[in-house]
Design a protein. Structure first.
Length: 285
């Protein structure tokens, strides 16, 4: 299986959850990911659509697949799920474990250009290209029916992947995404470290800046944000993205504010079915 090492497999909702490790040519280290294969994919009855989920700060490949409650809905809709890690790990990069907002668990889904991060922190290339090619080559999933979603830092990553690759993803959704990292407390520090001081390079990984200039095919987006999220104003800034998206006739944004909800996985559990059904509609259109 193209250098994939099977770490574990567990039966779940008629399908299987598998964890794999592999050496990444993008990050030059060992990376891990989980994949949920519904029954139809296990039996090779069909190539099923696939959803990639990008997790947030401090998370790894396990958080969403074990905590979000997505699997029964994915099994019902016959959709595969892939959950990668959020960064390289144990690379020996100076400073990677000294700050929870930078380095380990905080790859921000960018390709770092600045030393010492550029040797390993190539998470855009890993999630957009290398990981997906591995999945398409080794599992019964349909490379023409792909969508992406994520939470917080991962919501930022999902929006960036979709906006930078017009027509590639059938849909994108996000829970409480970091919407404007160039002006955010979660973004300025990381972009400076990973990308340097060139603001044009920042804009290439900023969903709000990308939305301002998006002119690709129609892109359906579902965005859920809790109004009791402690990170709402300084870190997430969803209003910036909503305004930017309104300038593009190609962005089909459903922006929902959920009263009383915070930034946690309790919030995600509550609305995960909505997101799965949103993607199922577009993946099977």
């Amino acid at each position: 299986m193209d250098g994939l090492e099977l770490v574990s497999t567990n039966r779940c909702f008629g399908g299987e959850v598998r964890k794999y490790r592999h050496f990444s040519t993008s990050t030059q280290c060992t990376m891990a990911f989980n994949i949920f294969l519904p029954a139809a994919a296990l039996a090779n009855e069909e190539k099923v659509p696939v959803l990639f989920y990008l997790s947030g700060l401090t998370c790894n490949e396990d958080n969403m697949i074990t905590k979000a409650g997505a699997l029964p809905h994915l099994a019902q809709e016959r959709i595969a799920l892939v959950t990668p890690d959020t960064s390289p790990r144990a690379t020996g990069t100076d400073g990677e474990d000294g700050d929870w907002e930078l380095g380990t668990g905080a790859g921000f889904y960018v390709d770092a250009t600045q030393a010492p991060w550029n040797a390993h922190y190539q998470m855009y290339s890993y999630t957009q290209r290398e990981l997906q090619q591995l999945v398409f080559a080794n599992f019964a999933v349909d490379s023409a029916r792909v969508s992406v979603f994520g939470h917080s830092m991962g919501g930022h990553g999902a929006l960036v992947l979709a906006l930078r690759n017009p027509g590639y993803y059938k849909s994108v959704s996000a829970f409480a995404p970091i919407c404007h990292p160039s002006t955010s407390d979660w973004g300025q520090k990381q972009f400076t470290a990973y990308l340097g001081s060139n603001l044009d390079e920042w804009a290439a990984y900023d969903a709000t800046e990308l939305a301002k200039v998006y002119d690709g095919p129609a892109l359906p987006i579902l965005l859920d944000q809790g109004d009791s999220d402690q990170f709402l104003s300084k870190q997430l800034q969803p209003s910036h993205f909503v305004i930017a998206a309104s300038s593009s006739s190609s962005i089909q944004l459903n922006d929902r504010v959920q009263p009383g909800y915070d930034h946690s996985y309790w919030f995600i559990q509550t609305f995960i079915r909505d997101h799965i059904m949103f993607h199922a509609k577009h993946l099977r259109a």
